[in-house]
Design a protein around this ligand. Structure first.
Ligand SMILES: [Zn+2]
Length: 412
């Protein structure tokens, strides 16, 4: 049995607490142990306590001296679009010159260029690109990501993307939670309802029978999938045993939050335009909001979602990167912490809870990851600072010192 003793964390941020997503004041309770330590056996956390206590029982264990640095659970990024080919540099420049997301899409840029390149790429090519980005995530302290398909939009290309994710999980230490997002956009040559039928009757059964995804997602937005179409796809997904996530109320208030509540989705993501009624609907069904301030920032918009009202209403808020080539080209959870604190008025503690334990629950993994508690996987990060608030305070450069997955160093 291999054992590891982590000693001398200036602050060991445990996120210990009730075995459910954190709401209200609980979101601020990150569980700080000063001069903290952990004993790890066979990749799992055995004992958490003061450095002194751990040192006394650590006989024979390999010592990891945190050197008076902050130790945190690995970040859990609950919303990414990890697998794609190409980039969107031309769109980025167009936007810098004043064009909007919708104008760029109408001009033939936007998601279409990524779909074309992703369809043209083979599995090996997509895999090597995704591997490189997975390494970026690890370097920023993220040890689990949710990843969506959605740049294929044909049966074969959607399945190809999901198979790349499955392969990736076997080759790298970053854990990937796969989501099927065939309903990301409607191919230009296909009548909308015909495409909805294809997603429902052809793609979903294949995804379910090959067990390629845990969740199904829909881009519920004007010009993409309306409420009726979204309901049809997600109802079919639920019948096949998939859990639900949704892109809602990003560009316009379309009633997506209400639909997420009606369908008892696990999460409703974006919510930039969601109002009090939408927030109340989410609360009534205990849907977790996943807020994505990186995309608001990168699109040059000012309409950040109402995080304070959501926390006030008792929602178990999650924050994530929305990593994608078009609207949020960042893998950096520390950058998202900064945006959460400066633009959404969340406290550093709330932002940490939203990017670890609450995110883990939103991926149905709250019993395994997201906090440093006995029995959980030893996924943790040593950051080169003494106070956890520095992660959100100093922005734009990585403070990662080392990263461990199941007790093994993966970045050091
Ligand atoms: Zn997204």
């Amino acid at each position: 049995m291999r054992s590891l003793a982590v000693l001398h964390a200036s602050q060991l941020i445990t996120l210990a607490g009730p075995r459910r997503p954190r709401v209200g004041d609980e979101i601020s309770a990150v569980g700080i142990i000063r001069d903290g330590g952990m004993l790890i056996r066979d990749g799992k956390i055995d004992i958490v306590g003061s450095s002194d206590e751990i040192e006394k029982i650590a006989r024979g264990a390999e010592i990891v001296d945190a050197g008076v640095r902050v130790v945190l659970p690995g970040f859990v990024d609950a919303h990414t679009h990890l697998v794609f080919a190409g980039n969107r540099l031309d769109d980025f420049e167009r936007r810098a010159r004043g064009k909007t997301y919708e104008q760029i899409a109408e001009a033939g840029g936007g998601i279409w260029s990524t779909v074309e390149k992703t369809c043209a790429a083979n599995e090996a090519d997509l895999l090597s690109r995704a591997k490189k980005r997975a390494h970026w995530f690890l370097k920023c302290g993220t040890t689990t990501v949710e990843a969506k398909s959605g740049y294929g939009l044909t049966v074969n290309d959607e399945l190809k993307i999901l198979r790349v994710m499955r392969q990736l999980t076997q080759e790298i230490p970053l854990e990937i939670v796969p989501t099927f997002l065939g309903a990301h956009a409607i191919p230009r040559d296909t009548p909308p309802n015909e495409y909805v039928d294809r997603v429902t009757n052809e793609m979903l059964p294949r995804v379910a029978s090959e067990k390629l995804a845990e969740f199904c997602d829909v881009f519920c937005e004007r010009g993409y999938f309306d409420i009726e179409q979204s309901r049809k796809i997600l109802t079919a997904a639920k019948k096949l045993g998939l859990k639900l996530r949704m892109h809602v109320d990003q560009l316009s208030k379309s009633g997506g939050a209400k639909l997420a509540a009606e369908l008892k989705a696990t999460t409703a993501d974006h919510l930039e335009k969601t109002d009090e009624q939408g927030i109340a609907a989410l609360k009534s069904a205990e849907v977790q909001p996943v807020l994505l301030p990186g995309s608001v920032y990168a699109l040059g918009s000012k309409s950040f979602p109402r995080a304070r009202e959501m926390i006030g209403a008792g929602l178990a808020v999650v924050i994530a990167t929305d990593f994608n080539p078009g609207s949020s080209p960042t893998v950096s959870m520390p950058m998202i912490l900064s945006l959460a604190c400066t633009q959404m008025r969340m406290s550093p503690a709330e932002a940490i809870t939203a990017s670890t334990i609450n995110a883990a629950y939103s991926l149905s993994r709250g019993d395994k990851i997201g906090s440093l508690e006995p029995g959980k996987l030893a996924n943790f990060v040593v950051f080169d600072c003494e106070d956890y608030r520095e992660l959100a305070y100093w922005f734009g450069f990585p403070q990662t010192h080392s990263v461990y997955v199941r007790g093994e160093p993966v970045i050091r």
